[in-house]
Ligand binder design. Structure first.
Ligand code: NAP
Ligand code: COA
Length: 264
């Protein structure tokens, strides 16, 4: 693991709300924000899971339970977070649902479910938090490569994440200069629910590794460092960007390159 370039108080005095921050990549982001001094609140649907995530984060992290598809509930949760730990400087929208299914194997409700959690959920979180923000706030949507690269068995996620990327860009235009709005597009990340669902067996995992220029899956920590970057003055002129943190996956398929001999 390379050493972090960030000082351990780089987010001191900042308040961060992370929708979907109760497991996986988003929990990794919440932990890193807290380690670097931010006051952190995480939200998921399941209250026991959310409480346990807050315990794991430590640093007086708090939690809320609500469904991002429910605009009233998510607004109420974010307002109560603002009342408890202060106006928001960083908001991450990372809640998502996914499963492998061909279009003819998904009902209209199955398609709608993923679009509602991912895309409508991100609209709800960002629309609802606007009045709770401090000037200069950083909003980050967690998107995915499916937004740009069509994939079989992923029509719902492709449509939802493509919508998220355009929502990010639109909000960057509408809400600049007071608020910066960006996306992070992770590649395949080790030890996550997402990859357990999308690459459930060893042969699929081997195919994934081969295609990635970096020849490995990423870590939650590497995504968290990107989220820290977007939330510091180092990114003060960055808005409307989708930051690919994917080992080069979005650039092209590396499965036909010769084995890397390594540098001397
Ligand atoms: P995960 O562990 O399943 O995390 C999903 C989080 O969202 C949990 O906290 C979950 O908590 C919450 N959530 C789900 N539906 C919700 C809803 N309707 N309302 C509120 N909260 C909800 O997933 P992950 O694999 O780490 O993925 C996290 C993000 O990274 C997602 O946006 C995903 O699309 C993106 N991503 C992941 C990968 C990967 O390799 N894993 C790659 C690219 C992009 P509850 O279940 O308690 O609600
Ligand atoms: N294939 C096809 N359809 C599926 C499916 C699958 N593997 N899994 C669920 N569906 C369908 C259901 O049958 C239902 O459609 P129907 O009403 O026409 O029968 C629809 O999707 C909604 O399912 P439901 O279980 O009611 O949704 P939910 O809101 O309780 O849960 C999910 C949402 C399905 C996305 C669930 O997997 C989830 O909560 N995921 C969160 C964690 C996650 O996906 N993490 C990875 C993030 S990348």
């Amino acid at each position: 693991m390379s050493q972090s370039p960030f000082r351990d108080d780089v987010l001191a005095g900042k308040t961060a709300f992370i929708a979907g921050g109760t497991s996986g990549i988003n929990l990794g982001i919440a932990k890193r924000f807290a380690e670097l001094g931010a006051r952190v609140a995480v939200l998921g649907r399941n209250p026991e899971k959310a409480a346990s995530a807050a315990d794991e984060i430590g640093h007086d992290a708090i939690w809320r339970a609500a469904d991002v598809r429910d605009y009233g509930a998510i607004c109420e949760a974010m307002k109560s977070v603002r009342d408890e730990i202060g106006a928001l400087d960083i908001v991450v929208s990372g809640a998502a649902g996914n499963f492998l299914a061909p279009v003819l194997g998904m009902s209209a409700n199955a398609f709608k479910t993923v679009v509602d959690i991912d895309l409508l959920g991100t609209f709800n979180v960002f629309r609802g938090c606007h009045e709770l923000l401090n000037p200069g706030a950083s909003l980050i949507a967690i998107t995915a490569g499916q937004a740009e690269q069509a994939m079989a068995m992923q029509a719902h996620a492709c449509a939802a994440k493509a919508g998220i990327n355009q929502l990010v860009r639109t909000l960057a235009i509408e809400w600049g200069p007071d608020v910066r709005v960006n996306g992070i597009s992770p590649g395949p990340i080790a030890d996550t629910e997402g990859m357990a669902r999308l690459a459930p067996d060893e042969s699929t995992r081997q195919q994934h590794y081969a295609r990635i220029p970096m020849k490995r899956w990423g870590t939650c920590y590497e995504i968290a460092e990107a989220a820290v970057y977007l939330s510091t003055p180092a990114a003060s002129y960055v808005t409307g960007a989708i930051l690919d943190v994917d080992g080069g996956s979005s650039v092209g398929d590396a499965s036909r390159t010769s084995p890397n001999k390594g540098l001397a």
